[in-house]
Ligand binder design. Structure first.
Ligand code: UD1
Length: 379
């Protein structure tokens, strides 16, 4: 019998929580094999962007809070690195688990790699092939230095192979964010968020927009005008991200249509309840493209590319381009989309975290680990 391994999970921003929580739960079901510590970098710090998720998902307060807050990319990344290094040096984990593609993900992975600690990357191998996106840089670099690459989409294996990553490091475990959706489905179903807000199921559009390419500059005014136009046809529910809210204020923008319902960011259960009963979703988020695929809700993505092409292949997601005027087409596109059934990709089934932990426990970890080497390009 070997000793229990020590795993640190690092979360920082809203989408990280749903990807990591099922893995924490699966680790906690094996207390003889694993000890777990949750580190929150504090990249997101508003209650509505952070605390509410951990509470709803049953995790509670993190063991370590680094409180890095908002700053430029370099400063935010550097702050996470400076503050997490002593934590890792002190705790000497066997593995650091990082999810997704936010600045906290890359920062934690870099520090672990310099300390010789094994890294597991949840949601590895996704590529938009758009290196102007901060997330794409975070993905490529995190994958290069991770030892265990947990993928949930078939093209991830090809993407990693093309970057010279040894196939031995790649493990198709499925989608842990969908685990959260499956685990919370009953609570989501009981919430009736639409009815509580006086909205008829199947009648309204849910909107989330927050990417810098769309909201930081002049495209935001076009998006606001187009959403006002859509809201004349159908109710539009827009829980607004703090980045978007700040940019609207800075640019002096506001909605005019009475059909527009601008809300504070919502908790996980209420938000997914609204999505589940929506006629469609307009978004630039990554996670939404996957959640709508699982739920079979038409999704329209206001970006030129997606790192989640499988959501388009199965037919629930349509790329509109980074073209706010196309928002006006959404009510018509929803009508056409309704006939198409969704096919859920393999491994998006609620059991991904269990498979991930199986892989993790079978891998040799720690300083005596025997991990597959990084393969030469094309070799
Ligand atoms: C980050 C991620 C993005 C992810 C998104 C989900 C990076 C590079 N980007 O973007 O991939 O899709 O989270 O939300 O890591 N703010 C608050 N309160 C908060 C957090 C942020 O007011 O709790 C405001 C601040 O004005 C801040 C701005 O939002 O400057 C942006 O926050 P930041 O963490 O830099 O990036 P996001 O746009 O949230």
């Amino acid at each position: 019998m070997g000793r229990a391994r020590h795993v640190i999970s690092v979360v920082g921003a809203r989408p990280n929580f749903m990807k990591t929580v099922p893995v924490i739960a699966a680790l906690q079901r094996r207390p003889d094999d694993v000890r777990h510590t949750l580190v929150h970098t504090g990249q997101h710090y508003d209650d509505a962007m952070s605390r509410i998720f951990l509470e709803e998902l049953g995790v509670g307060a993190p063991d370590v809070m680094l409180s890095v807050g908002s700053a430029s990319h370099a400063v935010q990344t550097a702050r996470v690195m400076e503050r997490i290094e002593p934590v890792m040096t002190d705790l000497k984990p066997d593995l650091v688990l990082v999810p997704g593609d936010v600045n906290s993900t890359l920062a934690a992975a870099l520090v672990a790699s310099k300390l010789g600690i094994a890294i597991g990357h949840i949601e590895a191998g996704l590529r938009s092939f758009d290196r102007t996106m901060p997330e794409e840089i975070n993905r490529v670099l995190t994958d290069q230095i991770s030892d265990l690459l947990f993928i949930h989409s078939p093209e991830a294996r090809r993407n990693l192979g093309a970057e010279g990553v040894s196939p031995d490091r790649v493990h198709a475990v499925g989608n842990t964010m969908i685990d959260t959706l499956v685990a919370m489905r009953a609570r989501i179903g009981e919430m009736h968020a639409a009815r509580r807000r006086g909205l008829e199921a199947g009648s309204y559009l849910v909107v989330t927009l927050h990417r810098p390419a769309l909201v930081d500059g002049r495209l935001l005014a076009d998006a606001v005008a187009a959403l006002d136009a859509v809201a004349a046809d159908m109710p539009v529910v827009f829980p607004i991200h703090p980045r978007t809210d700040a940019s609207m204020k800075r640019q002096g923008l506001s909605f005019r249509s009475p059909g527009m319902r601008v809300l504070e960011p919502l908790g996980y259960v209420e938000f997914l309840s609204l999505v589940q009963d929506a006629a469609g979703v307009l978004t630039d988020s990554g996670g939404m493209q996957e959640e709508t695929t699982y739920l079979g809700i038409p999704c329209f993505t206001l970006r030129d590319n997606t790192e989640r092409p499988i959501t388009c292949e199965v037919g629930t997601n349509v790329l509109l381009g980074l073209a706010p005027e196309r928002i006006r087409e959404v009510p018509g596109l929803i009508e056409q989309a309704r006939a198409e059934p969704a096919e859920v990709p393999p491994g998006w089934d609620g059991a991904a975290a269990e498979r991930l932990v199986d892989v993790l426990l079978q891998a040799g970890l720690g300083r005596d680990r025997d991990l597959a080497p990084v393969g030469p390009p094309g070799g």
